[in-house]
Design a protein around this ligand. Structure first.
Ligand code: CTP
Length: 142
């Protein structure tokens, strides 16, 4: 049976891959034939999250690309993260997926207005509670 969307895109840092990321990818893949993941650069993470990733962007690209639910992954520039229409030059996605923590954010309101004109949908999935790269970093190890 054909899925609702043809090419889906989701974008994030995806450092220290965890079940919250896997839930997102698996939910995305249920709705599109091909799932493309945009991996944010180390520079983006430092600038926007004030965190240097444990795995660098090339390593995160390799790890995410190896997942069964992901069809392809690519590193996206800071400009592409800020203005996701720029990614259309490299990938003709018809839906953008995100975790619900971004719902209602200024960035997504702007993206929504741009995408409405292009006929691209935005779909949010519930954020997986209780796990994030940040709290993994802080978990006691012994
Ligand atoms: N995500 C999710 N559930 C989680 C963690 C992340 O659905 N528990 C989703 C986010 O909503 C986003 C994508 O995964 O769409 C990438 O999130 P990212 O910022 O890389 O992951 P976090 O674990 O939230 O990282 P951090 O703690 O550094 O913010």
């Amino acid at each position: 049976m054909s899925k609702q969307y043809s090419i889906g895109l989701t974008v994030g840092v995806f450092d220290m891959l965890h079940p919250g990321h896997l839930n997102l990818f698996e939910n995305c893949k249920k709705m599109c034939d091909k799932l493309v993941v945009g991996i944010c650069t180390d520079e983006y993470s430092i600038q926007y999250k004030n965190k240097k990733p444990l795995y660098n962007d090339e390593e995160r690209l390799r790890i995410v690309s190896a997942l069964r639910s992901v069809d392809s992954a690519m590193i996206v520039s800071i400009e592409e993260v800020e203005d996701k229409t720029l990614i259309l030059d490299r990938c003709k996605f018809d839906v953008l997926f995100s975790g619900s923590d971004w719902q209602g954010s200024e960035r997504f309101a702007h993206t929504q207005a741009q995408f409405d004109e292009l006929g691209i949908d935005i779909v949010f999935f519930p954020y997986t509670d209780g796990i994030s790269t940040t709290n993994l970093r802080d978990r006691p190890r012994i």
